[in-house]
Design a protein around this ligand. Structure first.
Ligand code: SAH
Ligand code: SF4
Ligand code: F3S
Length: 454
């Protein structure tokens, strides 16, 4: 049996897809890149913006044609959109299986069931916010422990979940409704898992949580966890995403200074620079409080690289509010920002209470403007690396050639990241994938550092 997998969404979903792939491999399935060869199509979905869901629907539309030549094709949709839409998605003519993110351990059973009889199969949480902590941990922890591995496409790297779900209920966000309540995984399990991964050759672990800095168990805070993970032999770089800018424990910054393995990189979304909008977003901090955290981080860890997220066109966002977001980008001096147009999500408070009153044209324009402000800063920051040597963990070969060098024809271009999460492109042999390499930076654009292997 051959499976074709498509995965949308954030790092959590990448991790889940990886676990699912390994569980199917162990169940005797094979994977194919050719949808025409597949007996089973698995789609891991994201609901964070409407666009993410539209892409899934268009893929499902395409599956209708494939089904014509292969009537036995099984189509399974899992992840956040499956949890959000439940039966509605199961009623889609091409869909055989709908499976929520908490039910992924059941996927092989559901697929085998669908192969045996053609009945539609569903496994989702009916009252996801009511799930008990123990239930979440017992179903998902073993699955994660059993099936995690080096991340597909990222040699020597692995994502490790430290928290499930989210309790913040930012007014625009669907995540608490599709990923359930916030639960921190026991530190012992995380550590055992990382030891296993390093034995298998992993050098970098990225600790994942929607608000990773609020990790807390009876025994440990997130700063404690960083100290504990740092002790594991074989771990060389530790990254963590995403931070939430409220109740930020400054001991995390101290841990970054104390622990050379912890990368000096902070992804800490602000979402807006306007206090009025931040309040409507239910973020629980003011722009000034946010900047205090950034400034504290830079005071304790002067070379820390900071990345942010912004939403433009949130309900009621005036030109003045928007200008404040642009000002915040200037003040925070992010290395990069992810900028999104507000997308109303059914069931969220913003969608229920606030009119989506910023016209799409203005959202688009604000998106472009904010990107331009960010691009200038990114370029200035990236230029400071020219003439310096950076340590890079190589991901693999770059899809397109970036650098015009004399011997570039024989050697593929490699792409990797620094500890500060800066993207580096340089010439070198493909077998450096998964290795640390020192690179002299010779040129920089807003997105990329270019250089030569030392
Ligand atoms: N837990 C993370 C973010 C998860 S979602 C955090 O709180 O930082 C990733 C990003 O998608 C968010 O930071 C936000 O910028 C964006 N996003 C979430 N919901 C959105 C929506 N309804 N419309 C547009 N962007 C959204
Ligand atoms: Fe969504 Fe807010 Fe939770 Fe992030 S912190 S996942 S934006 S509700
Ligand atoms: Fe991630 Fe999208 Fe779900 S951002 S948690 S895959 S809604």
């Amino acid at each position: 049996m051959k499976i074709f997998l498509r995965s949308f969404g954030c790092q959590m979903n990448k991790l889940d897809s990886n676990l699912v792939v390994n569980s199917f491999l162990q169940g005797g399935f094979e994977f194919t890149e050719e949808v025409g060869e597949a007996d089973v199509v698995l789609v891991n979905t994201c609901s964070v913006r409407n666009h993410a869901e539209e892409r899934v629907l268009s893929l499902l539309g395409h599956m209708k044609h494939i089904r014509k030549t292969n009537p036995k094709l099984i189509v399974a949709v899992f992840g956040c959109m499956a949890q959000r839409l439940k039966e509605d998605l199961l009623n889609h003519p091409v869909v055989n299986i709908v499976c929520g993110p908490m039910q992924i351990p059941e996927l092989p059973r559901l697929v085998n069931g669908a192969i045996e009889n053609t009945k539609k199969q569903k496994a989702v949480s009916e009252n996801i916010r009511q799930k008990a902590e123990s239930e979440i941990l017992s179903t998902l922890d073993d699955f994660e422990q059993d099936f995690d591995s080096v991340e597909e496409n990222l040699p020597a790297q692995a994502y490790v979940r430290v928290m499930h779900g989210c309790n913040n209920f930012c007014s625009y966000c669907v995540v608490p409704y599709v990923r359930g309540p916030e639960v921190s995984r026991p530190a012992e399990k995380i550590i055992t898992q990382i030891k296993k991964l390093t034995d298998a050759g992993v050098k970098q672990v990225t600790l994942l949580g929607q608000t990773v800095n609020s990790y807390k168990t009876e025994k440990l805070s997130f700063a404690d966890l960083l100290y504990a993970v740092s002790k594991i032999e074989g771990v060389e770089w530790i990254k963590f995403v995403t931070c939430y800018p409220r109740n930020f424990d400054e001991r995390i910054f101290q841990a970054i200074i104390d622990l050379p393995k912890v990368c000096r990189y902070l992804h800490i979304p602000a979402q807006s620079g306007s206090d009025r909008i931040l309040k409507a977003m239910n973020r629980g901090y003011t722009c000034e409080e946010y900047l205090e955290i950034i400034n504290k981080a830079k005071e304790i860890v002067p070379d820390i690289a900071v990345a942010g997220d912004f939403i433009v066109g949130f309900p009621g966002e005036s030109d003045e509010d928007f200008r404040k977001s642009a000002e915040l980008i200037e003040k925070a001096q992010y290395k990069n920002s992810y900028i999104f147009k507000y997308s109303p999500r059914p069931g969220t408070r913003a969608d229920e209470k606030l009119a989506d009153d910023v016209p799409n044209e203005i959202k688009k324009q604000r998106n472009i403007e904010l990107l331009a402000v960010q691009e200038k800063i990114s370029e200035e920051i990236n230029k400071t690396f020219v003439g310096k040597t950076v340590k890079v963990l190589v991901d693999g070969t770059s899809k397109k050639g970036h650098l015009d060098s004399a011997n570039g024809k024989e050697l593929p271009q490699l792409i990797g990241r620094t500890a500060g999460d800066f993207i580096v492109v340089f010439d070198g042999p493909a077998n450096l994938a998964g290795q640390f390499v020192d690179v002299n930076i010779t040129r920089a654009s807003a997105l990329t550092l270019f250089g030569e292997k030392k």
